[in-house]
Ligand binder design. Structure first.
Ligand code: COA
Ligand code: AMP
Length: 632
């Protein structure tokens, strides 16, 4: 089989392609067909089926006699511990937690917010929700209480499952106090919480509201898998959009199962029993798809790594994990490799480990810069596969499908569209452009199984954000081009989303926090190039007339506010004071021009600018915070 043949097979008969892929899933009631287009442009996959995600990820492997196979390895250099859970043990732990949740009233369709660090219990909580047909919403631990509260109010969960604490290098993350604070801030009050007590910092529990995980599970009657319809939401995952309020990406159950299962062999080239490792976090889509669900659906062993690419204890941590657990396919973000490369430029630590089990390295989450890709190729001596996807899609839009055929790697490109994705490059008027021409990247509808059918409680926003601009297409929000061989190149976002260390952030959300500072009249946030994190946020603050406060104090307070309200993950540390912002005559802030000035790139003064002299003021303000002088 070749990639060209596989893609052509999908194109010729998508229904047949996706029904064949569905054959790998255990159905309670098999779907009569794949695509349900009755509500187009809202498409549904395998709607008339009945299925359970947890059954497919856990129970079916035990039923097939693989209960003794390792399902999860928890490798935690940060707590200096290592543990393994077999599929049999996982089934029993998940069924017990599901039983405990059910006993407290959780039913199919109820929402459960999960706020946990990288411990296996995070996966157990996700799977227990799925077992009951409850809809989980995992919130990344680097978000502050306010962001958690925003998600609680949108998802209106009946329960929150959290750990007492997480451990970051040099500090403890106080998950339980953050949960308490978020519940206090939120208008919606969950009925109860289940707290997984970690020995590093046990939390105090509110009687009648907070329940101890271990005790709940010890007393619980195990619960069976609850059948759900194919279009039943498996989870909601919030991601950054242009405005401050995050978008609740919905993942429908059946398409998620079919698509993720398809990717494991065809993209990641692994089979049941292989060890697969995605060094991400369960709070991100990569963690949902490739730490939790896909490896387990495929019967692989997944690694929950509680550590960092550097400093736990050194830049050899990744290679040690690959050696110790015989990892076959490894997935990380380019920023992690840049961190390793900075500490160990010659890759000397790699030689200390036997990484011969590794067949390929997969990169995603942000643009893979050529230096990093070449460094990894030279030192790891395996194919380095960049692949491009989004929270919205849940799996790769473009990749090099190593399990079908390893195509020639072109550095700077995430290779070619995967079956299911009819990728087009469009100009502003929605017309296709020729090869080599930059444009908006769009995908012809319908999107494949596993991608978002809508946004939680926000169908109008879904249509407005993704479908209205180019009728008949899904607008990815990325700009790029296709070359003569059909390889895609992803160049930039077309909106105000920035990418900091592989984390997607909204400049609009940061601006909302800054604008609320009593001395700030107006502000703008842009992403500037950063050698480690890809981009880093930078704020421009216009202060209220007559403010006599020290500029340094205002900047410090703004930095603290963003950390308190959005969280440390925003990595907001840089801001400067300006008298005014560059705007068009209609009042739109010229963020892209400001970003070019900050990055030292050549820029043209936009024809629509209200007053061109403000650009010199921006340049001068940047110099006050150490940015070199820029010319036009
Ligand atoms: N819980 C709480 N806080 C967290 C957190 C979590 N799960 N993850 C990160 N943070 C905090 C960090 O401690 C840091 O806080 P600080 O300002 O007190 O130091 C802040 O958020 C910023 O973190 P990060 O962006 O990760 O930067 P860093 O300087 O700590 O580390 C790297 C740099 C490159 C090592 C790190 O960014 C990294 O490992 N990146 C990989 C990213 C990744 O896998 N992304 C997933 C996309 S697929
Ligand atoms: P997220 O939803 O957090 O996964 O972020 C998705 C966004 O990250 C995409 O829309 C891109 O802007 C960027 N991104 C992800 N993977 C890649 C990649 N391989 N190359 C370039 N950009 C990427």
């Amino acid at each position: 089989m070749t990639y060209a043949k596989t893609y052509a097979d999908w194109r010729t008969d998508p229904e047949k392609f996706w029904m064949q892929a569905a054959g790998q899933i255990d159905w309670i009631k098999a779907p009569s067909k794949a695509l349900f287009a009755g509500k187009a442009p809202i498409y549904e996959w395998y709607r008339d089926s009945l299925v359970n995600t947890c059954w497919n990820a856990v129970d079916r492997h035990v039923a097939a006699g693989h209960g003794a196979r390792t399902a999860i390895i928890h490798d935690s250099p940060i707590t200096q511990s290592l543990s393994k859970i077999t599929y049999g043990e996982l089934q029993s732990r998940v069924a017990k937690l599901a039983g405990a949740l059910r006993a407290r009233g959780i039913e199919k369709g109820d929402r459960v917010v999960i706020y946990m660090p990288m411990v296996p219990e995070a996966l157990v909580a996700m799977l227990a929700s799925a077992r009951l047909g409850a809809i989980h919403s995992v919130v990344f631990g680097g978000f502050a209480a306010h962001e958690l509260a925003v998600r609680i109010d949108d998802a209106t969960p009946k329960a929150i499952i959290a750990a007492s604490c997480g451990i970051e290098p040099g500090r403890t993350v106080h998950y339980k106090p953050l949960v308490d604070d978020a519940i206090a801030q939120a208008a919606h009050k969950p009925e109860f919480t289940v707290i997984f007590q970690r020995e590093q910092e046990p939390a105090s529990l509110v009687p009648g509201r907070d329940f101890d995980w271990a005790q709940e599970c010890a007393d619980a009657e195990p619960a069976d898998c609850v059948p759900v319809e194919g279009n039943h939401p498996a989870y909601i995952l919030y991601t950054s959009g242009t405005t401050g309020s995050p978008k609740g990406v919905v993942r429908a159950t059946a398409g998620h199962l079919v698509a993720l299962n398809w990717t494991m062999k065809n993209i990641y080239n692994v089979e049941a029993g292989d060890v697969f490792w995605a060094a991400s976090d369960v709070g991100w889509v990569v963690g949902h798809s490739y730490i939790c669900y896909a490896p387990l659906i495929a019967g692989c062993t997944t690694i929950v790594f509680e550590g960092k690419p550097i400093g736990t204890p050194d830049a050899g941590a990744f290679w040690r994990v690959i050696q110790d657990h015989k990892v076959r396919s490894f997935f990380t973000a380019p920023t992690a490799l840049r961190a390793i490369k900075r500490d160990d430029p010659k890759g000397s630590l790699i030689a200390d480990y036997d990484i011969s089990s590794l067949s390929a390295l997969y990169l995603a989450g942000e643009r893979a810069d050529p230096d990093t890709v070449v460094w990894a190729q030279d030192h790891l001596k395996v194919p380095v596969i960049d692949h491009w996807w989004q929270t919205e899609t849940g799996w790769a839009i473009a990749a090099n499908p190593a399990g079908i055929e390893l195509l020639p790697v072109k550095i700077g490109s995430p290779s070619v569209p995967m079956p299911g994705y009819d990728v087009r490059i469009l100009d502003e008027g929605g017309h296709e452009v020729t090869a080599g021409t930059l444009g908006a990247i769009a995908v012809k509808l319908p999107l494949p199984p596993g991608t978002l059918p809508t946004l939680w409680n926000a169908e109008a926003r879904f249509l407005r954000s993704y479908l209205d601009h180019f009728p008949g297409y899904y607008e990815t929000g990325d700009a790029g081009y296709v070359d003569e061989d059909g390889y895609l190149y992803i160049m930039a976002r077309t909106d105000d989303v920035i990418n900091v260390a592989g984390h997607r952030l909204s400049t609009g959300a940061i601006e909302e926090v800054l604008a609320a500072h009593p001395d700030v009249a107006e502000c703008a946030v842009i992403g500037v190039a950063d050698p480690l994190k890809g981009q880093t946020p930078l704020g421009f603050l216009c202060l209220n007339k007559g403010t006599e406060r020290s500029h340094t104090d205002v900047v410090k307070e703004c930095v603290m506010r963003v950390r308190d309200q959005i969280g440390p993950v925003a990595a907001f540390k840089l801001a400067c004071i300006v008298d005014r912002l560059p705007k068009t005559r209609s009042g739109k802030i010229l963020r892209a021009t400001m970003a070019k000035i900050a990055d030292g790139e050549p820029y043209k003064t936009p024809a629509t600018i209200d007053d061109p002299s403000v650009l010199d003021e921006i340049s001068a303000a940047l110099q006050t915070i150490g940015f070199p002088s820029r010319g036009k």
